[in-house]
Design a protein around this ligand. Structure first.
Ligand SMILES: [Cu+2]
Length: 538
């Protein structure tokens, strides 16, 4: 997600631009294509055995694209970003960019239908910044999406701004700086939006932040990556894996995250991959996980023994404390099958409350080894995607390495690009400003892709070009989520590709397989300028 001037492993990005140039305050329409009942149960009250319920006629069956509560409540939060130091795994102190003095930053928690008012103060020494609320739809509020160069100018040191938007979704996510590779140095934090759920549980354990850790700063790693790419090599391995901001290091220092559970209870855990370059596979020894969300989308619950999280992805899972009371390892390993690299691994200790916490001796569950999203993740309510205009309307986005002359001294550097153009935005004239000025002369390097008409289906095929390193790319779309029609290896062919229009999984971040393709569909039902990009930042 680096948009300017510094090369990275994965800078491929474009901006989806809806055709409506202004943001109308219009009534929400009923979806005409619905084939499933979305009748909410007004009598239903949310509780441990009725998590599908919510209140006031809203439930897990509500189509939140079309309808969401308005609570009339505004949740306010202040976030101040400063230069500081941190030492999350005990290996040694290094420069960090902290939020309210901490790493990771504080959890932003609101309830479905609330307004959020988040004031961000940039008190960093030298860095500009903007904060993006990952996966948040920003329905009719594109100016709060927090992408400098696309929806705002970066906040200079000393400046403050307030982001205001309504919580129209529920589930788990995260926020992060959208300025260069800054979030690798600490500008990250969890988001929880309380609402109904498609599986029952007794207690909410809250966010479980997963990310890799480097002993060098993000900008140092970025520079090394750029040189390596120029020489045909991979980015450097990360040094460690963190779980909720902590882990032991390879020399034994640091401390494990510890979780207490009670026999017979079911726990909701909010898994969030906040990495810059690591796909992460997680599991809890001896226990299955019941998956109930894919990003912000409730899904039909299904069980797994291990779960892969691409960069930016989230899964809310239910863990049943139904095994012999004891101490169990929670594992967060780098996914080498996704070509991610890390010199160590993440561990946390989960202890039943009836035993003395201690070092587990448990062995790992059988691990999956496929670098793809789980195919069984059907949305809770199925929404078919029309297929009639697919082949004729495909937006083809080709991803490959290219030489870009973006450094001030004129040097060419190697970057990942879309359709051979590496996005290079103007921080002092964001794309949204062009829209507001009615100026459609977007510079080529803005990589603007117009959507089809408002409230119509857009089909995008992201294709990795041959003769490039076969690195999987986690693609993320702002302002919308999308339907995952298919993924495959080699070159996409509309005639032979196997695509799922009937029950496609739905989410906001999905993998373009190394050397392969990703086909998605989204409805352009939220006017604005929205970034679509690969979420690898190193
Ligand atoms: Cu993000």
């Amino acid at each position: 997600m680096k948009f300017n001037q510094i090369a990275g492993a994965c800078l491929a990005a474009c901006t989806a631009l809806t055709t409506a140039a202004v943001v109308p305050a219009e009534p929400i329409e009923k979806r005409a294509t619905s084939t499933t009942s979305r009748v909410a149960d007004a009598a239903c009250t949310n509780g441990p055995n009725t998590r599908a319920c919510w209140k006031n006629g809203y439930s897990i069956a509500t189509d939140f694209d079309q309808k969401f509560p308005t609570t009339g409540k505004t949740v306010t939060q202040s976030l101040e970003i400063t230069n500081g130091t941190c030492n999350p795994d005990g290996h040694g102190s290094r420069l960090c960019l902290l939020i309210n003095g901490q790493y990771p930053g504080p959890t932003i928690r609101a309830t479905w239908g609330d307004m959020l008012s988040i004031t961000v103060k940039n008190s960093m020494q030298d860095n500009g910044t903007s904060l993006h609320w990952h996966g948040v739809r920003q329905y009719h509020s594109p100016g709060s999406d927090g992408v400098n160069g696309i929806t705002e100018c970066p906040l200079a040191p000393g400046q403050t701004r307030t982001y205001t938007f309504q919580v129209t979704q529920f589930g788990s996510s995260w926020y992060h700086a959208h300025y260069s590779s800054q979030y690798g140095d600490g500008v990250i934090g969890p988001i929880v939006f309380d609402g109904p759920a498609s599986a029952n549980y007794d207690e909410d354990l809250g966010p479980y932040v997963l990310n890799e850790w480097y002993y060098q700063t993000s900008y140092q790693v970025n520079a090394i990556t750029s040189v390596n790419l120029g020489n045909g090599g991979p980015p450097p391995n990360a040094d460690n894996m963190l779980i909720n901001g902590t882990n032991k290091n390879a020399n034994g220092g640091g401390s494990y995250n510890q979780v207490k559970i009670t026999s017979g209870k079911k726990y909701r855990l909010r898994l969030i991959n906040m990495s810059v370059d690591n796909y992460i596979r997680v599991s809890l020894d001896g226990h299955a996980m019941q998956v109930m969300t894919t990003d912000f989308i409730p899904c039909k619950p299904f069980f797994v023994n291990s779960l892969l999280l691409g960069i930016g992805q989230r899964y809310d899972v239910v863990i049943n404390a139904n095994q012999t009371a004891g101490n169990y390892w929670f594992r967060a390993n780098v996914a080498t099958d996704c070509l991610s690299g890390n010199n160590f691994y993440g561990r946390a200790i989960w202890s039943y409350s009836s035993v003395t916490p201690g070092t587990p001796t448990t062995s790992a569950n059988t691990q999956d080894s496929v670098c793809l999203e789980p195919s069984q993740a059907a949305p809770y309510w199925v929404q078919p995607v029309p297929s009639g205009s697919f082949a004729s309307q495909i937006d083809a986005l080709d991803v490959g390495l290219t030489k870009a002359q973006v450094v001030p001294n004129g040097d060419a550097i190697i970057v990942w690009a879309i359709n051979t153009s590496s996005i290079n935005v103007a921080w002092d004239h964001p794309t949204l400003q062009y829209v507001m000025e009615g100026n459609t002369s977007y510079p080529t390097q803005f990589n603007v892709v117009p959507t089809v008409n408002e409230r119509a289906w857009n089909y995008v095929v992201v294709q990795m070009l041959p003769n490039n390193p076969p690195v999987p790319h986690p693609f993320h779309l702002h302002g919308h989520d999308f339907f995952l029609l298919g993924q495959g290896s080699g070159t996409f062919s509309a005639g032979s590709a196997s695509l799922n229009f009937a029950t496609p999984p739905r989410r906001d971040t999905a993998t373009v397989p190394g050397g392969g393709w990703l086909a998605i569909a989204f409805n352009s039902n939220n006017p604005g300028t929205w970034l679509m990009h690969c979420h690898i930042v190193s």
